[in-house]
Design a protein around this ligand. Sequence first.
Ligand SMILES: *Cc1c(COP(=O)(O)O)cnc(C)c1O
Length: 412
Amino acid sequence: MEVISYSYKTILRFMKNATAAHLAVQSKYLTGFSSLSPAVWRASTITFSSLDEFVARKSRLPDGYTYGTTGTPTHRELEARIAALDKASHCVVLPSGQAAISLVMLTMLKAGDHLLITDSAYGPAHDFATHLTHMGVEVERYDPCIGSGIADLIRSNTQLIWLESPGTVTMEVQDVPAIVSQARSHGIRTAIDNSWASSLYFSPLSLGVDLCIQACSKHMGGHSDLLMGSVSTNDIALHTALRALQATMGQAVSAEDCFLVQRGLDTMTLRLEAQSVKALRLAEHLQRHPMVREVLHPALSTFKTHSLWQDQFSGSGSLFSLVLQDAPLDAFRAMFGSFRHIAIGASYGGLHSLAAFYHAQQQTSRLFPSIQAPIIRLAIGLEDYSVLATELNQSLETFESVCIDSAKSGAK
Ligand SMILES: *Cc1c(COP(=O)(O)O)cnc(C)c1O
């Protein structure tokens, strides 16, 4: 017993000395150091200089340092940078885009409240909203093209209107100013998922939206190797509530991932410009292909909600969708099987082009379907235009040949 208590005391003494020595060494070696890279500050424990400071630590929130879950200077530096891009005064980062979505819904909604969510929203956002119905929240989907008609759906218990523009997969551009104006006149908060255009090409907070959500996993990270989400706002009360619940739920973000998003942001303007210009060129090219029935890209002048895009956005994302001629699933299978440079997968904003597939049934089962056919969603990366154009041409030839074969065998 005596030995154990002695060694325990020794360890404590050693730890105390080690911490003091560590801090002294750190400040000593910081003198004269300067670098172009942000520092990576890791911490679970935050230390305090006195009993009083420790006891009052929660008063440092929303943005001071209290414990690892609420972040370190590395997190604050990134949050400030994202807030500036979003024309916001505050930002919270989360471990994924989906974590950002669920944090906003949980912060804003309680039992008895009514949520209006666009039918075109990211699938897992709907899944989380459905989860909230089990906790007493009333969830109602609305037509993404509803505009000021949203007024007819507003109830006395409507708390939040959820927007996503353009919509995931189907790309409907929403009339954000019209919806925000109705929401504001009824004292209802609005939140928007702005992952497609990123802060570079769309500023929803400037149009009066209260909360701007982004999947930093996409254009900000830019290399398909990390997950992160952000929520920006100009409302300090909302920001304080978001930070509190983020920490309470233990939704901590790794400092290394913050470093990687900072690195991604350094090149985001260049990457996104290259990707979006190429995506639009490919969309225009594919529009002329006989196997393509419709290209869903907001920047195409022929697209249904193009004029709304023109009014609100200053550029377009790297993601668009295709509706092909009616064909058996085998034709789509063969098309995807022929890809050499384009990888099969969801997501976007990385260096590599991706293709995703959505069955017709996923569209027809929507409450407000805008498309009744299978959809191919393309995310354009940084490969050469000619490589991608050639690959897409060849894959459509493969698609067509399976269509012709199956038509022949059907005619027999
Ligand atoms: C990818 C994506 C998300 C989710 O982001 P994760 O970081 O992958 O969880 C949310 N919304 C949209 C529109 C997305 O594209």
